[in-house]
Design a binder for this molecule. Structure first.
Ligand SMILES: [Cu+2]
Length: 353
């Protein structure tokens, strides 16, 4: 409310100044003064331009630095570092061009202000200049685009052969993970097979599904290539791992994928950010309904051995009815794992089998 009032006052003040200037102009007209804009007026306006430039640039630098606190911490994946560097390169170029053009724009407005008796120099064209300021930005932009395309092709290209395969399954409004197990092959799945007991529609007759494990949290071993195979049960969702700089839509009826290699464990990231409660997270980044905001999954990145311990403890092996029903939900392993938000959920799901 206060802000609105301040805004109204500022607008009214500007309007008043404008009216006063208009009145002064009329007075000057009535007096029959010849010089409409004097050299002093031009100089004053020129100085205002310079002031605007200085205040504007200081404000721009201040607010840009201030906004840093809203940015994500350092990228926790190999390709994330490259995309961050690429983004920073773009920003660096934009900032340099911004400073040069703004200083020239306002500096020239001051330098070449109107002076009595001076005539503007007629300078209609200069082919050499025009060629330079067309070709240089063109070449720079082409370079950026070609490098960006190469980066994108590498990121979305085939995953390394040894990448650990994990299915990420989205539905309104949660995520489930299915690890491919020892064979590193996900058993077939089909939406027609979805039941309460088989929420991902896994085909139990496919031998590859025998060792699949379904979990509510996403654990990832650090420094290991991971291939996410992404499915949706109902509508379009989007798998978004902001700290890993990874995002891919989850589209019903088709498989999408994204591969990456994490580089920073949850524990290390807690030290880097100085936030003891830091946790990686997988979010839905498509507005998919009323509980979209709550569609997220805990992600833990741990050293390979801690991951193995956790994985061994996961008891939800699919398509093994002969196996004794898991008695209790697996408790997440050793480190990092106060989160285990999904423990309760897990109990429910396991119990429903
Ligand atoms: Cu969603």
């Amino acid at each position: 409310m206060i802000k609105l009032l301040v805004l109204i006052v500022v607008i009214l003040a500007l309007l008043t100044i404008w009216r006063i200037i208009r009145v002064l102009e009329l007075v000057r007209d009535l007096r029959g003064e010849e010089e409409y804009v004097t050299d002093a007026d031009s100089k004053r306006n020129g100085i205002y331009f310079i002031l605007f430039l200085v205040v504007g640039l200081i404000g721009m630098v201040y607010f840009t630095l201030d906004a840093k606190k809203y940015l994500l911490p350092v990228a926790a994946s190999k390709h994330g570092v490259l995309t961050d560097d690429y983004l920073n390169l773009n920003f660096a170029l934009i900032i340099v061009v911004f400073f040069i053009t703004q200083i020239l724009l306002f500096g020239f407005a001051y330098k070449y202000r109107h002076r009595k008796g001076e005539k503007a120099y007629f300078y209609p064209d200069n082919h050499k200049l025009e060629l330079i300021w067309t070709a240089v930005p063109g070449v720079v932009l082409m370079g950026l685009i070609v490098y960006g395309l190469k980066l994108w092709t590498d990121i979305t290209g085939p995953a390394p052969k040894d990448a650990m395969v994990i299915e990420i399954y989205g539905k309104q409004f949660d995520w489930t993970a299915r690890y491919a197990g020892e064979d590193n092959v996900l058993g077939r799945s089909n939406f027609k097979l979805i039941t309460d007991d088989n929420p991902l529609g896994v085909d139990v007759n496919d031998p590859a599904s025998k060792d699949d494990k379904i979990t509510r949290d996403l654990y990832l071993p650090v420094n290991t290539p991971v291939l996410l195979k992404i499915h949706s049960r109902d509508i379009i969702h989007s798998v978004y791992l902001p700290h890993l700089r990874a995002q891919m839509n989850a589209v019903p009826g088709m498989e999408t994928q994204f591969h990456f290699e994490s580089t920073i464990t949850t524990d290390s990231m807690r030290m880097i950010t100085g936030n003891e409660k830091f946790n990686y997270v997988l979010l839905c980044n498509k507005i998919c309904g009323v509980a979209h905001y709550n569609m997220k999954m805990n992600v833990v990145i741990s050293p390979a051995d801690a991951f193995k311990t956790w994985y061994k403890d996961q008891q939800w092996v699919f398509a093994r009815p002969e196996a004794a029903a898991p008695s209790a939900p697996a408790t997440p392993a050793a480190d990092t794992t106060k989160m285990a938000v999904a423990s309760e959920d897990k109990t429910k799901i396991v119990a429903s089998r």
